[in-house]
Design a protein around this ligand. Structure first.
Ligand code: PAF
Length: 284
């Protein structure tokens, strides 16, 4: 496995690989890797000749400076995990390697056709511009055949699909299921920041989401939304930022159960912000 930290080195590796007729799998990450990332890498290694993983805590997608500063970073630990999984190349650039001053100051603007106006987009203004800025740049550099993203970031995944279509990338996006602890808590790099007690309380998030499936036919989406929010807010340390039951394609709030729906949630557990989601259609 080779660790690359400059764009020029990446370009030269990429042109060498171009001379061979091979498939490239790509897993973009911000590091602090856990079993969720491991599953993405495993799938990429199984489906492609060569796997690239990027590790870059992208400053342009953080609208909260504390969140950016506190984001866990541990390149050597991540590298040893990736080596064991059979990753071939890690691309781990610095912010100044990735962006010039203009790019860093958020000049990127992308048309999401409304997908960015709800949920994460509403509460984290500019977040998805930063995500698309970095992912589109990484796609241009790595030129993958397939790229792997987790469904925990449901809205991000919808926006990446939209980006690929509207920017004309020749990349197959592979949606990968949420990986959970045995307790049900969705794996996240941010879980590292929870105290033992907060971690215990955070388990209630997925517990309530799973339980909510039992009421999906009896209650309207609005009623179920209130039920989920009340139940989670009743737990110590937890404060729901939003919970919305939306159409899986448009991400707009739904008033009935006739279309495919997903319930997306963001919850503060102390000062750590966690997200999760649950699909309802398979139960109706
Ligand atoms: O999901 C993430 O970890 C990030 O948003 C991504 C896709 C690596 C872009 O920085």
């Amino acid at each position: 496995m080779r660790i690359i930290d400059s764009i020029s080195e990446l370009n030269s590796v990429r042109s060498q690989l171009k001379t061979q007729n091979i498939t490239i799998g790509f897993v973009p990450t911000m590091g602090a890797l856990h079993d969720g990332h491991k599953a993405l890498v495993k799938q990429s290694v199984a489906e492609n000749d060569v796997t690239f993983v990027s590790i870059f805590v992208n400053p342009t997608q953080f609208n909260n400076l504390t969140d950016l500063e506190k984001y866990p970073r541990n390149l050597s630990k991540d590298a040893s995990l990736l080596e064991k999984e059979g990753c071939d190349y890690i691309f781990a650039p610095s912010a100044s390697e990735m962006y010039d001053t203009e790019e860093l100051n958020g000049c990127f603007d992308f048309d999401f056709e409304g997908l960015d106006k709800v949920m994460e987009g509403k509460f984290r203004p500019g977040h998805f511009n930063g995500v698309v800025q970095v992912v589109s740049k990484l796609f241009r550099l790595v030129q993958p055949t397939r790229a792997y993203f987790g469904e925990k970031d449901f809205q991000q995944l919808a926006i990446i699909h939209h980006m690929v279509k509207s920017m004309g990338f020749d990349v197959q996006i592979i949606d990968c299921p949420i990986i959970r602890e045995d307790t049900g808590l969705a794996l996240s790099s941010r879980n590292e920041r929870l105290t033992a007690q907060q971690h215990k309380n955070a388990i209630q998030i997925s517990k309530v989401l799973f339980e909510s499936r039992n009421f999906a036919t009896q209650l309207s989406p609005d009623e179920l939304t209130d039920w989920v929010i009340k139940k989670i807010n009743a737990t110590d340390d937890l404060e729901v930022e939003y919970f919305e039951i939306v159409d899986v394609k448009s991400l707009q709030k739904t008033t009935n159960w006739e279309t495919k729906t997903v319930g997306c949630i963001a919850v503060f557990c102390g000062e750590v912000r966690l997200i999760d989601n649950i699909r309802y259609e398979s139960h109706i």
